[in-house]
Design a binder for this molecule. Structure first.
Ligand code: SAH
Ligand code: SF4
Length: 421
């Protein structure tokens, strides 16, 4: 989501202010730091980054802070780092022109702003286009700061999404990657009194009607909204890639209730195992929080049980980080950090074994790989339909094309192979 926000900012600066991009901070007239605030660590990093760029930048160059940490710290950023020129929240990227032209500009308002979607097209990678389908989040997960930084959840009107996807596809993006905090809740609420009578499965079908689009991915769906209709379209629509991100957070129903996630261990397992049954080649990834307040050894074992049963192809696991403005930060039963670290390590060890097993079975398999980029190693990199990262030798003429690859060297994090045709 932050990557897409950065693309929006760049588009606006190029279009309205004639800026061009540079990789060299010493050349820059403007240095933008786009921030996350989901966990505490990136927030600390922000101030060391500001200090680093302040030393490196040329005289007169401006530093701007954007994104979720801008939203939640606001004015405090100017106090702690007086050389910052502007602070622009995650929901305010459309104000970037005003920000660069106003001294000490602060905009962290989370009111809805329709102009937020009227951007020129800019993409870091023309072969794969991120498209926002909703902004904000209406859920109240007790650990999460996102609803405070990105505001209430609003779906973007379908015509805007389809037009953006069509334009990106015409410019070379055969893969469209839909973004939102709860994508499968799409269509519940639009801005003002508009009602477009469309849900997420219908949106997937409508995007798949764009001829140039070959692949559709999305993140994050919420396990609570994984009803049969959604699973049916996911399974049956051939353009929808067969990889699902299912953010588990915890395998313990007790902890899930305290997190206010709205589903149980049994519901999650039912949905994940149903997908495995309907699509034996599906890949499933997840997010897990370890050491949420009150997590006992038994709760942790429930999480490990789900990990062992589902055999996720990828896990993003982090230790619980207490965040300001969230309910869980006030819970009295916070977990000792060492206990959290030990559980995280145990989870990672078990997951490594699972991944070794999964990757071993991929030797000699043949995948359709959509080539997206050239790595610094010189290898081409792309993804199989079910999201395995595959690297092969080849030349730039293959960018944006789908090739058949035989896997000759499967590793935990990437599969290496040879193009067969
Ligand atoms: N909307 C998505 C998540 C967005 S935040 C969902 O509901 O799944 C991305 C991930 O950050 C979450 O899935 C969660 O695993 C992690 N996260 C959020 N708040 C956290 C916190 N306080 N401590 C640790 N991890 C957190
Ligand atoms: Fe945060 Fe929960 Fe919303 Fe995801 S669904 S962004 S975890 S509040």
């Amino acid at each position: 989501m932050n990557v897409r926000d950065s693309e929006h900012i760049i588009a606006e600066l190029r279009d309205k202010e004639s800026y061009v991009l540079t990789d060299n901070p010493k050349d820059a007239d403007l240095i933008l730091i786009n921030t996350c605030s989901v966990r505490e660590k990136p927030v600390h990093k922000l101030f060391s980054e500001i200090g680093h760029y302040h030393k490196k930048k040329k005289k007169g160059a401006k530093i701007g802070v954007c994104g979720c940490t801008a939203s939640h710290l606001g004015e405090e950023i100017f106090k702690r780092a007086p050389h910052v020129s502007f602070v622009l929240g995650a929901r305010n990227v459309s104000k970037i022109s005003k920000a660069v032209n106003t001294e000490r500009y602060l905009d962290i308002d989370i009111d809805y702003d329709e102009s937020a979607f009227a951007f020129k097209d800019f993409r870091n990678n023309i072969y794969k286009a991120y498209v926002n389908i909703s902004i904000g989040c209406d859920k109240q997960c007790t650990y999460c700061i996102v609803p405070h930084t990105r505001g209430e959840e609003l779906s973007i009107p379908p015509e805007l999404i389809i037009n953006e996807a069509r334009k990106a596809a015409k410019n070379g993006a055969k893969e469209i990657f839909l973004l939102g905090q709860n994508v499968n809740n799409y269509g519940r609420r639009f801005s003002g009194s508009l009602n477009h009578n469309i849900d997420f499965p219908e949106l997937l079908n409508r995007i798949s009607e764009i001829e140039e689009v070959e692949r559709i991915r999305f993140t994050s769906p919420h396990p609570l909204h994984m009803d049969d209709k959604f699973i049916d379209v996911f399974v049956k629509n051939p353009k929808v890639c067969k990889s699902m991100h299912m953010p588990l957070q915890s395998g313990s129903t007790k902890i899930l209730t305290q997190m206010k996630r709205g589903y149980s261990k049994e519901w999650f397992l039912n949905r994940a195992l149903k997908l495995r049954e309907l699509l034996p080649d599906v890949s499933i990834s997840t997010d897990i929080i370890i050491g949420f307040p009150g997590e006992t050894q038994e709760d942790f074992e429930d999480t490990m049980d789900v990990v062992r049963q589902v055999k996720f192809e990828q896990i993003f696991a982090f230790k619980y980080s207490p965040r300001p403005l969230t309910k869980a930060a006030e819970f009295p039963n916070q977990i000792d950090s060492k206990v959290g670290s030990a559980r995280l390590q145990e989870l990672q060890d078990v997951q490594d074994e699972i991944l070794d097993e999964i990757s071993k079975n991929k030797l000699n398999k043949i995948y359709d790989v959509y080539i997206e980029e050239i790595r610094s190693s010189g290898l081409l990199a792309g993804r199989s339909d079910n999201n395995a990262l595959v690297q092969v030798e080849g030349d730039a003429s293959l960018l944006g094309k789908t090739v058949k690859v035989k896997i000759t060297n499967p590793k935990r994090l990437a599969l290496y192979g040879e193009i067969i045709f």
